[in-house]
Structures are given as C-alpha cells and as structure tokens.
Write a protein that binds this ligand. Structure first.
Ligand code: BGC
Length: 400
C-alpha cells in the first residue's frame, strides 16, 4: 500500500467516530502522522497546493482522496449537506474540498476537473442536471476516479460506480399519504406541483405521489385543479416517464422558489372561487412549499390549505410549528453523508460498498443504498427533529 493512500484513508476514516472505525482511525492517524513527518524530512512533499474554486482550503501539503461537488448554495437543503459533510469529515481536524456548481453544468464539470487535478480517488457528486453530468462522470472515470452519485442519479452513462440516496418514491408516497389522511368528503380541490425535469428525483417523487393520489382522484375524493395533462391521465394507475414529463411540464417549479410562487399565483388567478375553499397541495420540497403556501395564504378565497414538503429545512420546521406548512419529509442527511463516506472508504480500500438496491440510469443498473424517510407534522415535530438531535430546540420559537 502506498504512503499517500494510507494518508488518504486515514483522513476519511478519521471522520467516523464510532467503535471499530474510531480505533482504526486512531491507528491510521498515528501511522499517517509518522509518514507525513517522514516524508517532509525526506523532502517528499513537493507539490504546491492549488487554490480551491469555492470552499475551504485543505491543510497545506495534504492531497485529497475524496472530492465533493454539490448543486447549489442557493437552497438550504444543500447547505445542510455541506454542513453535515464538514461535521463528519473535519471534526477531527481534517478537510475535504466541497465545491458548488450553482446550477451550472459547465461549472460542475470544471469543479470535477479541478478535483481530478488535485488527485482525488473518489468523487461524490450530486448533479444539477442528471444527464448533463454524464460528461463530468466520464471525465472522472477516465482519470481512474470512482464516481458516487449523491442523492440525485447521474443518467445516460455507465460511468457511475455507486448511488447513495433516500427512497425518493417513498418521499412522494409520504407526501400524498398525508393529503389522503386529511381528506374527508369528495370533490376536494387538489393542486399539483413538482420539481425540476432535469432532476431524476423529481420523477421519482411524482411517481410516489401518483401511486397514492391516483386512486383518490379516480374515486372522486380529489379533483385536480391546475393541470389539464394530469386530468387527461387521471385514470391511469401507472404513468410512463413521458406521461409524467407532460404533467411536470405544466406543474414544475424547477426547484425555484420564485417560479413556485409565480406558478401558484397564476393557478389561483385562473381558478374560480369554488375551486378554492379547503385545498390540498402537493408541493415537492420545503422551499417551494413555503413559497406556494404563502401564495395560497394570501388568497382570500382559500379558507384552509394542506401543503406538503420535504427536507426538514429549518425554515419549514418553523413553518410547521407555526401551522403555515402541514408536513415535511425528514431525510436525515447524516445518514446519506455516512453512507457516502462509507462508500468512499470501501473504494479506497479496494472493496465494494454495500448494495441494497439498484437504480437504472438508462444505461446500467447502478448499485445503490436507499435510506428510509420520516413524515414530520406538528404532532411529531419535536420528537423527530429536536429530540432526535437533528436540530437544537434553540433554533426555533414556539416549541413547548
Ligand atoms: C433533492 C431534494 C431537494 C431538491 C431540490 C432533490 O433532488 O432530493 O431534497 O429539495 O432536489 O434541490
């Protein structure tokens, strides 16, 4: 085993603070420290560190084994991931470079090339656009770097070695189940919103939601108010990707709060007063849920609204406490980060990460490990989000 790979492994393993891994870390840390000092004495460390594009500078003289690329700093969800990665990887004094693509596939590819040039062996990447990211994944593959697709699947290439994710179909099912559980009577107005069509997850969320909502649309419980395409397909229990694409074309938020707000306002303007009253809203994530909720709250013909979300963003946890958002889906980012790190360590060790499922990306079945999700409402917000240690109570007001 080479000197540098021991150092790289120690830097990763250092961040796993439990049991065997901790012992292993201490051993490897000691070994790595000895090797670093020895290499400095021998004048072995000659490579000058390059400037990172975007994030924290790793300690001078240390080469990165793992690089992380996240889609944007503009959504709290990905700041959560950055924070959890840093918590996991830097607590013991180790750094990993985290670059953000700011919704731009060209910048994403440049970030990947920057990390490759710094000698990473594993790339953990959440693509902005699943298809456009194939080129970045292939550049990494060509450089001998293992590619871990993080949260969102990279599509249309075989250059993906592993996928860590939440069970995104289950996310959509949890959102829809909440709406169904709160529905009584028939003819209830239903407003559908979705994520960005460039994100494979948006289809999985919608598929999950449709699984649960469609029978309740078919039996007359709900009436879709804002998508003629969805109405045209409402008797179909299962939709093709193309059919979902047609609906998304009408109800996409593009994962953008402003688009979400504008679309909700346009839908409300187009709707008659009898299409309002008590309404049910499938909103795909927390940022868009707050924007859509604000639009519905401002409409005087809306007497009550139920609105879904996901990510347990702090602002939405507060909205739930305040009764402004009905639910969110907690996707414990600590689990995803731990799974991504475990996969990276496995690859650095020459092992294969644990596979519990596969996801087809149009070219291959990518080995994957999906994680469970938790429905959060006003009734269990304290237990699920605070008592679980996810966020401190002091971040919120109005909690008992
Ligand atoms: C993620 C969600 C996130 C959304 C918008 C999805 O791919 O799974 O957690 O809210 O992207 O960034």
């Amino acid at each position: 085993m080479s000197y540098m790979s021991e150092v790289q492994r120690s830097r990763l393993i250092a961040t796993n603070h439990q049991g065997e891994d901790m012992k292993r870390f201490k051993f490897l840390f000691t070994l790595a420290s000895v090797l670093i000092i020895a290499s400095m004495v021998l004048g072995a460390c000659t490579t000058a560190p390059q400037e990172p594009v975007d994030s924290e500078q790793p300690p001078a003289g240390e080469e990165l084994a793992v690089g992380i690329v996240l889609p944007t700093k503009d959504e709290p969800r990905w700041i959560q991931d950055e924070t959890r990665f840093k918590d996991a990887l830097t607590q013991q004094g180790y750094s990993v470079e985290i670059l953000f693509s700011q919704g731009d596939p060209a910048r994403e590819k440049q970030n990947v090339e920057t990390l490759i040039s710094k000698g990473i062996k594993v790339l953990i990447i959440c693509p902005h656009d699943g298809t456009a990211a194939a080129a970045a994944a292939e550049a990494a593959r060509d450089a001998g770097v293992k590619v871990v697709s993080y949260d969102r699947l990279i599509l249309d290439t075989d250059a993906v070695d592993y996928y860590v994710t939440f069970d995104s179909v289950a996310v959509g099912e949890a959102q829809a189940q909440y709406l169904v559980d709160n529905a009584s009577g028939t003819g209830l107005p239903l407003y559908l919103y979705a994520g960005a069509s460039s994100d494979n997850n948006a289809f999985l969320f919608f598929e999950g939601a449709w699984n649960v909502l469609q029978p309740k649309i078919a039996d007359g419980t709900f009436v879709i108010k804002n998508s003629a395409e969805a109405v045209a397909l409402q008797d179909k229990a299962t939709l093709t990707r193309d059919e979902m694409g047609r609906i998304l074309g009408q109800v996409t938020t593009n994962w953008d709060f402003n688009v979400a707000k504008g679309l909700a306002e346009a839908n409300l303007t187009a709707a008659a007063a009898e299409d309002k009253g008590e309404v049910f809203i499938l909103a795909p994530n927390d940022g868009t849920a707050r924007a859509i909720a604000d639009a519905f709250a401002a409409d005087t013909d809306v007497t009550k609204y139920y609105v879904t979300g996901q990510d347990a963003e702090k602002a939405s946890v507060q909205y739930i406490i305040d009764g402004l958002q009905s639910m969110t889906v907690l996707k414990d980012v600590r689990t995803l980060v731990a799974d991504a790190i475990a996969a990276a360590v496995a690859f650095l060790d020459g092992r294969t990460p644990e596979e519990t499922a596969t996801y087809n990306n149009n070219v291959i079945d990518v080995p994957a490990k999906p994680s469970a999700v938790v429905t959060v409402t006003q009734d269990n917000v304290k237990a699920t989000v605070i008592d679980s240690g996810y966020y401190p109570a002091s971040d919120f007001t109005g909690l008992e």
